[in-house]
Ligand binder design. Structure first.
Ligand SMILES: [Zn+2]
Ligand SMILES: [Zn+2]
Length: 136
């Protein structure tokens, strides 16, 4: 089974994850743009029991445009948001792909909130046809 490790910028907040994600997505919503400072958010969804969390995190909760409550966990030292939960998907954890610092991490296969997508951002050319979904 694949074991992956992800960490914040300073390294004190880190996760060890067993097995593969059930979903890998790209979110173009404005809230994700503000949270990341990038023009999109990329995340992988895991079952909570795949994920071991170590280090200190500060939680910040907001209600998403989808109506779901989302709780983001970020490092109080460096500010990097490493993982979050969405009450619409109980028992799962979303993990920011960039924090794996692994250019070989599998690509996203779904994009959401494309109405606020920057025009130059696109999914990989071989992405399968889109399924209807609105979740970050
Ligand atoms: Zn940190
Ligand atoms: Zn978003």
């Amino acid at each position: 089974m694949t074991t992956r490790r992800t960490a914040c910028s300073c390294g004190q907040l880190h996760l060890t994850i067993e097995g593969d994600p059930s979903r890998i997505s790209m979110c173009h919503c404005l809230a994700c743009q503000r949270r990341t400072g990038a023009v999109m958010s990329n995340q992988a969804r895991f079952q909570r029991d795949q994920v071991s969390i170590a280090g200190e995190a500060t939680a910040w909760k907001r209600t998403a445009d989808s109506g779901h409550s989302m709780t983001f966990h970020f490092c109080p030292t460096c500010g990097s948001t490493v993982y979050w939960e969405n009450d619409g998907f109980p028992g799962t954890v979303m993990v920011a792909i960039g924090n794996f610092a692994d250019p070989h991490f599998p690509p996203p296969n779904i994009a959401v909130w494309e109405e606020s997508r920057h025009a130059w951002v696109a999914l990989p050319f071989d992405t399968p046809p889109k399924r209807a979904a609105k979740q970050g």
